[in-house]
Design a protein around this ligand. Sequence first.
Ligand code: G6P
Length: 516
Amino acid sequence: MAEDGRPAEVPLILVSNRGPVGFGRGADGARTMDRSGGGLVTALWGLVAHSPALWIAAAIGDEDARVAEEAGGGEFALPGVGMDTRGRFVRIDPDTYHKYYNVIANPMLWFIQHYLWDLSNAPDIRREELDAWEHGYLVANRRFADEISAALEDHPGAVVMMHDYHLYTAPAVVRERHPGVFLHFFVHIPWAQPDTWRVLPQHIREAVASGLLACDIVAFHTRRYARNFLMTCEDLLDLRVDYEAMTVNWRGRDVLVRHYPISVNAERFEELARSREVAEEEGPILRRRRRHLIVRVDRTDLSKNILRGFKAFDTFLDRHPEFLEQITFFAMLQPSRQDVDEYVEYVAKIRDLVSHINTKHGNTDWMPIDLRFESNLAKAVAAYKHYDVMMVNSIFDGMNLVAKEAALVNERDGVLILSKNIGAYEEIGHFALGVNPFDIEIQARALYEALNMPRDERRDRARHIREIIRENDVAKWLDHQMRDIAEVREARAAAPAKAPKGRRRATRRAGSAPGT
Ligand code: G6P
């Protein structure tokens, strides 16, 4: 029974560190509820639009904690979120949360999975990191498991869908308490190749892998990440894996390893692009634009490769002075994870490089790079509509929804420069200009090629990309997962003793995900 007395009827329990909304207080002292940002939350909003769900997330701010308190630690309604979404907060004390989020999840796991460590220098694994694992990550994950367990008491039979690298060890705890529950896990970032995991002490990397293996399905954005996960199980845990069926045997059960490329809600995003709030932002962009416009929109994350993107622009201007004063590089960067030292340093490096390039090439009348540190969706969409070139050159990136959003609503047949190391490249790379994100020469040349591409070719490429994105939109991402979950559950219910074999057959058929 839910805290407000409502009969509890949810088929899905979603679990992620960041919830769909963050609570705060407005200037008038009234409670505010703001939609959270980030790729994961955006995708899950799409999911709850289709199905009633309970969404369990960490209470991050003070007001979140107050909401949790008022709900007596239980469920509360989330009016305006999805078709019928309820919330439940996990309360974690600040010291534990800091160790879990700022020491282990970001940077340790995030850096490993995006290949960001400069291994000759970092990371140093010392007592602080071991303590953060033991008293931060594991404790926070146990707290999540406690709330999932409590929610399962209220909603027996619900499917639990857990999300991302913050929660790797929680599934094993839930499995121990609820052996029959259906556990689905989606990893939204790349899964690194096996040796990369050897940075972590053995007990930590084994806890990460075995936590995930407590699930029935472990899902990624691309086939490459799914294979990397299977290889990790084989190399680091010495497990038997089946690369054809994409399964790994763990304690007598076959765990399915699948890939489902995430996408945007195409219809809704196109609607947003036509909205008045976006139109209001277009005016200033159009007034300021020179003949050509390059755009990038990113969090200030090291994985986004922002510095090399600007270095490539610098090289391009050196080589092609005919573009001086004819072009602007509009970069909207959202400050991110400013409690982590590496992220603070990164923002400083971006500022320095941009000021160097602007001084070198610019003049009193023209600033080559228009750098904004802000998060403003309407302004970002206005820029998406008018770019000639969109730069998405991440070092590695799970999917990258910015590339899809931007290409979907662009009105100038703009060209997409796309890193070959991002999930979206598998789907739309053929119609973009693919680049090696480390190769500044290639990126400078891609800028030149994009800006000189014949009109017909631009139009064809842009049209193909739009068609793919409309076809493989977020509803397909969800449908394929729900279908696989239903098939596995049915196969199990029909023949519990033979479940592993039946499951393997059923899911081989179901394993082809959109866009692959
Ligand atoms: C990005 C990633 C997600 C991740 C999120 C966490 O959006 O694509 O996979 O969950 O960052 O961001 P946060 O701001 O909550 O730390």
